[in-house]
Design a binder for this molecule. Structure first.
Ligand code: GLA
Length: 362
């Protein structure tokens, strides 16, 4: 009797304690919020005050791939569809199938199109290169090509890379395997006329010069700016500059910022035109894309987007990623099979990189 008299109050105290301690309210621990982080509720295209682009392949535009493109991006660029070698099948002959499909997809889904690229040394068709035209014939043919293509998509393509990759990193003109360099004494003047041909074909389209390593290669950038000065002086139109932005998580942020500001000093529109960020920087066969590596990439995306956001408002044209998901990226061939440079994983799920990009947007 004596024992149970003592035991009952002790049991009641213990039971009370247990009940109180198991409730979050009772012990001062704030329960974790269950609702989603608001930053994740909007998509890139909804949040951005400029174009959010993806380079796409029309053959892939179905299922999850196209659903992802439609949900998150506001503009598309053909990875191959609008290159000279795809469209220009012969003298006076054009293959519009893929470019039309690209432009059609954009129109159906309320997206814009950035055209890439009218003149690129790597994309002159073989039949054209083999012919070894003299400079006058060469120019007449390229002029007709530019006018035909730009006119066809006038009002449906908002911007074109008129010329792509004409400088080496040291600022000299690219000479190797470059039909323009081989044909013209003054290639820059030829490119200036190409911008003019594009302008004549569509007075409203935005015209870009596009290259890689613009923000990191000072000499190249300097010569690009000199070209812009010359275009302005000689009356050739140019609206914008694109840096492809094929960089890595290790690319120096201060270099990126000062390079971007230097590009913007031209007063032109700025396009990060082919953004992807390598993570397997040592091309290691044993590379693992660990959570820590994913975080590094997310931070790098955020920093780049913040640097772009810091540019004058009216000069922020667009940021385009070169591809959509890590399932298909040129870097797994060209760099290393273990490479994960984009915003979506192989299953089209958002990566931390996506959240980094989103956080970087104002
Ligand atoms: C360059 C070109 C792109 C594409 C990539 C590699 O950056 O501008 O069109 O060919 O190379 O895929």
């Amino acid at each position: 009797m004596k024992f149970s008299k003592l035991l009952l109050p002790a049991f009641l105290i213990l039971a009370f304690c247990f009940a109180a301690c198991s409730s979050d309210e009772g012990n001062g621990i704030v329960p974790e919020k269950q609702e989603e982080d608001p930053v994740n509720e909007v998509t890139l295209k909804e949040k951005a005050g400029f174009g959010i682009g993806a380079a796409v392949k029309t053959t892939d535009l179905n299922g999850q791939y196209s659903a992802t493109v439609i949900e998150h991006f506001s503009q598309i660029t053909g990875e191959f569809e609008m290159k000279m070698a795809t469209i220009w099948s012969g003298d006076g002959e054009y293959n519009w199938e893929k470019a039309d499909a690209l432009v059609g997809f954009a129109a159906e889904n309320g997206m814009e199109v950035h055209g890439h690229a009218l003149v690129w040394y790597k994309s002159f068709p073989n039949w054209f290169k083999k012919a070894k035209y003299d400079s006058a014939t060469f120019e007449t043919m390229v002029k007709t090509y530019i006018e035909t293509v730009v006119e066809r998509y006038s009002g449906r393509v908002k911007s074109w890379d008129v010329a792509n990759e004409i400088f080496n990193d040291d600022g000299t003109l690219r000479s190797e395997d470059c039909p323009v360099y081989e044909t013209f004494n003054d290639p820059i003047a030829f490119y200036g006329r190409c911008f003019q041909y594009a302008r004549n074909a569509d007075p409203d389209v935005k015209l870009f010069y596009n290259d890689y390593s613009v923000v990191v290669a000072k000499s190249k950038r300097h010569h690009i700016k000199e070209m812009v000065t010359r275009f302005n002086k000689d009356g050739y139109p140019i609206d914008g500059l694109g840096d492809q932005f094929h960089y890595s998580v290790n690319t120096n942020l201060n270099t990126i910022k000062s390079g971007l500001n230097d590009m913007a000093a031209t007063g032109l529109l700025i396009h990060l035109s082919e953004l992807d960020l390598k993570v397997n920087v040592n091309r290691s066969d044993n590379y693992i894309f660990s959570p820590a590596e994913q975080k590094l990439q997310a931070d790098a995306y955020q920093n780049i987007v913040e640097a772009f956001e810091a540019l004058p408002q009216g000069q922020k044209f667009a940021i385009t990623t070169w591809g959509v998901s890590d399932k298909a990226t040129w870097l797994t061939d060209w760099w290393h099979p273990k490479e994960y440079p984009l915003l979506f994983n192989k299953d089209f799920e958002k990566k931390p990189a996506y959240d980094g990009f989103l956080k970087g947007l104002k």
